[in-house]
Design a protein around this ligand. Structure first.
Ligand SMILES: [Zn+2]
Ligand SMILES: [Zn+2]
Length: 326
């Protein structure tokens, strides 16, 4: 479905079958000479069919349309191979370009999912070793494309809109938003969402993803924004109120994780099984494979943040990470 949300700005809703995110919000900014398309949907026939017919309906040719990817996740970048043309640019932050290219060349997504299954303790808890079934792995683009790297402060102009690139690491290491200061508009990808909180997951224990994310929330809270165009769900008017809610959510999560650990020693998988999730499943055992992986990654991000904060200690035994009070 296509909605014109502002003059020359169209929201294209790309369905995400059998995924709790339900829909990916792709945006088309119509320019005088060139257009800009933001984010794509999974590398799935159902997504491509809607994208292709929407572009036809809007009479948009990818020959004169550049593509901006907010981050490397497959629900945002999965269709990139079908949208690339000799004459268009595929734009993305430097850090997520590395991630996407490594995912294509060295199967890095697969490797990360495999490592996560081990390190989180999911595998030891009996979750099957099928990293290839994880959504980011399964629905990624399979062909290498020519990517153009963007950095903080780079400018992108399309018609009457002039965007500044804002690096917002956290949801992914190179997540990037686009800020339009005159229209007070933020193209937010998965940095800020309404009604659901963006998944902040740590797949490989190498960075404080949650710490980065909280800093990136403060960074955009300083911008003058009246309209947020998120990667999923509804548009957001009161950005600062939503940021305050998301920060409060993580504060509660950190408290929840700390009290779950208590005097025990636990893995991310064990913490995830005890955490509260906004999903319809009755128990942890009912979580499908993909949800278990993402929940354990989110638990890992919170546990590791508490290690960085000096509240928890971390140890590794036979490839599994354990957490206990510091
Ligand atoms: Zn994402
Ligand atoms: Zn997403």
């Amino acid at each position: 479905m296509i909605k014109e949300i502002l003059p020359s700005v169209f929201l294209i809703e790309i369905p995400l079958p059998k995924n709790p995110l339900r829909v990916l919000n792709s945006y088309l900014f119509r320019g005088d000479g060139r257009n800009l398309l933001v984010d794509t949907g999974f590398n799935l026939q159902e997504c491509w069919a809607v994208m292709e017919s929407s572009l036809q309906q809007l009479q948009v040719s990818m020959d004169d349309t550049d593509l901006f990817l907010t981050h490397a996740h497959s629900d945002h970048a999965g269709l990139v191979e079908y949208l690339t043309r000799p004459a268009n640019r595929i734009l993305m932050s430097q850090q997520d370009v590395y991630i996407l290219e490594a995912g294509l060349k060295d199967h890095r997504f697969l490797e990360a999912a495999a490592q996560h299954l081990r390190q989180s303790g999911l595998l030891a808890a009996g979750v099957p070793y099928t990293p290839q079934e994880e959504a980011v792995v399964k629905y990624a683009s399979h062909k290498a494309v020519n990517l153009t790297q963007l950095r903080e402060g780079d400018l992108l102009s399309v018609g009457a809109y002039h965007f500044r690139c804002i690096e917002t690491p956290g949801h992914t290491p190179g997540h990037m938003c686009l800020y339009e200061p005159e229209r007070k508009m933020l193209v937010a990808g998965d940095h800020i969402l309404a009604t659901i909180t963006p998944n902040i997951g740590l797949w490989v224990v190498n960075r404080d993803a949650l710490g980065e994310y909280l800093q990136s929330l403060d960074k955009v809270a300083d911008l003058d924004v009246e309209l947020v165009l998120p990667g999923h769900r509804n548009l957001i008017r009161d950005m600062r109120a939503r940021i305050a809610e998301i920060k409060e959510h993580h504060r509660q999560r950190l408290d929840n994780v700390l009290s779950l650990v208590g005097n025990k020693r636990m893995t991310a998988a064990q913490a995830a099984a005890g955490m509260k999730w906004d999903l319809t499943f009755k128990s942890w055992d009912e979580f499908p494979f993909n949800q278990k992986l993402h929940a354990a990654a989110e638990a890992m991000a919170h546990l590791y943040h508490l290690v960085i904060q000096g509240q928890l200690a971390m140890s590794c035994e036979e490839g599994i990470y354990y957490f206990q009070l510091a």
